[in-house]
Design a protein around this ligand. Structure first.
Ligand code: TNX
Length: 493
């Protein structure tokens, strides 16, 4: 090799390293480093940022130009300006110095989400707001609240007060825990807090399964299985059930400005044994030519979709609902069964729009280190930081040709084994930062070694916010926090 070629290769490598040398998570689409610093005289440094509106860009696009003299943000909308600020906050050191550079940035996916299960264990609005702050910092824009399940109904519905009466009592680890739920005012506050951070809040009312709280509060709308599955489902064969749902969803739709309502739709077969023996249900199946209990389940989903459509919203459901016969244009699907990739293939082939949320690597109730004892594994597999970082490239072959149908990525925190904030944060961080990068940064900009260089800055930030996390650089320094023992309250402990 000639010396000249050697030097150009070296320059190329250095160029690649230098181009990445910044602490921003998720890493931007392009960064060109300049010379010197801008020194902010006021804190936060965002105060010094001038904004220039520049049309003809995506809503979330921004260009940030930092010179020793000034900081300018070019963006088409408020969202872009907001994301420029997040980058700036991550760049500013404790002396208010910001290295000169130009960033041109835009997200890879439109849907960058986090779901919190507040049914199994409830988390109050302060916790929710801190999660929203962290989502904003990481340029994420969807917050899905799993509000109802077997263990607790967590949203006030004025027309049916028993839902948050007996329905909000207890949780997964303590059946006698005092009532806990969001009032409608709490929800309004959460929604507004999220809106200020460019985050849409999506409510989920799970049906026809995972509805045991309704059995406790209004057994007339309920049926289910036997033993611990008693009351697991709504009663699918009476018009009164659908009227009840319409009334509930009408209140829900009015509280959440997001154009979506999530209706769950998962795991009905766990607890619908009574459907097989109840004469009225069997008659209903015959009268409506539904074939069998699965046909009835699909009928239920279609009815729920109609109600949501009447309310001017689009349905989201767990991947089971692609079988329901609802046209692909009318709903969004969350693919969660990582062990059933053929469901993802089918959804894409049939034209559904899909949010990628497979258990591996998107479920934060799975352990993140082999030394951790509490939390899920799947046939030995769990969600390490590396597995999370290689997503969705790890399933790229399935996505190719369907790019426009992939809305984005969402992480889900199921809380059977998470009963307090300490463990909640430990299971969330730093994996949330990884999912954020998966969802925002283009594949060709992702680089595991470089991410590991940037992550310590983020961990330091978590320290300043008193947020617990797992430290992958020194696992012994962050021992696994306590989580509740398995109870018999759900199938998924
Ligand atoms: C499956 S994901 C469930 C949840 C559990 C979770 C635990 C989904 C649609 N259903 O009810 O909490 O597994 O990992």
């Amino acid at each position: 090799m000639t010396t000249k070629i050697k030097y150009s290769l070296l320059a190329l490598c250095l160029g690649a390293i230098v181009a990445q040398a910044h602490p921003i998570i998720p890493t931007p689409q392009s960064v060109t480093l300049g010379k010197g610093y801008f020194v902010a005289t006021k804190q936060p440094a965002t105060e010094a940022m001038a904004v220039v509106t520049e049309k003809n860009h995506g809503e979330e696009y921004y260009r940030l130009v930092i010179t020793p003299q000034k900081i300018t943000c070019y963006a088409a909308s408020e969202a872009g300006v907001f994301y420029a600020k997040q980058s700036l906050l991550q760049l500013s050191d404790s002396l208010g110095r910001i290295p000169c550079m130009t960033i041109v940035d835009e997200p890879r996916f439109a849907w960058r989400g986090l779901m919190l299960d507040v049914s199994r264990h409830f988390f109050g609005k302060e916790v929710v707001m801190q999660q929203l702050d962290m989502l904003a910092r990481l340029k994420m824009n969807r917050y899905h609240l799993h509000l109802t399940d077997e263990t607790g109904w967590r949203i006030e519905i004025k027309q049916y007060p028993a839902l948050t009466g007996v329905g909000a009592e207890g949780n997964w680890s303590d059946r006698k825990a005092p009532r806990a739920f969001y009032t409608q005012d709490d929800i309004r506050e959460i929604v507004e807090y999220a809106r200020e951070r460019h985050i849409q809040v999506i409510p989920e009312i799970d049906m026809p399964g995972h509805a045991t709280t309704v059995y406790r509060a209004y057994p007339e709308f309920s049926t289910g299985g036997t033993g611990r599955w008693a009351g697991f489902t709504f009663y699918p064969a009476a018009e009164t059930t659908y009227t009840f749902l319409r009334n509930v969803l009408t209140e829900v739709a009015a509280l959440f400005p997001a154009p979506y309502i999530h209706i769950g739709g998962d795991e009905v077969h766990f607890g619908n044994q009574v459907w097989k023996t109840d004469p009225q249900i069997q008659q209903f199946i015959r009268d409506n030519q539904l074939g069998d209990e699965v046909g009835l389940e699909h009928y239920f989903v279609r009815r729920a979709c109609e109600i949501v459509a009447d309310l001017g919203k689009t349905v989201i459901g767990w991947d089971e609902i692609i079988e329901s016969g609802v046209p692909a244009d009318n709903m969004l699907v969350m693919w969660w069964r990582h062990d059933k990739p053929q469901i993802l293939d089918k959804a894409l082939k049939e034209g559904f729009r899909v949010i990628l949320s497979p258990r591996i690597p998107c479920y934060f109730d799975f352990v993140q280190d082999d030394s951790h004892k509490i939390g899920r594994r799947w046939g030995g597999a769990f969600n390490t930081l590396e597995v999370a970082y290689r997503f969705p490239e790890s399933i790229q072959a399935r996505l190719t040709g369907h790019e426009s149908q992939i809305l984005g990525i969402q992480a889900n925190i199921w809380t059977e084994r998470i009963a307090d904030k300490k463990r909640l944060d430990f299971m969330t961080f730093p994996r949330l930062a990884i999912i954020a990068e998966d969802a925002w940064s283009p594949a060709e900009r992702k680089n595991e070694a470089d991410f590991k260089e940037r992550l310590p800055y983020f961990l330091k930030y978590l320290d300043t916010q008193h947020i617990e996390y797992f430290n992958p650089f020194n696992p012994a320094a962050t021992p696994e926090p306590w989580g509740p023992e398995k109870a018999d309250a759900t199938a998924n402990g």
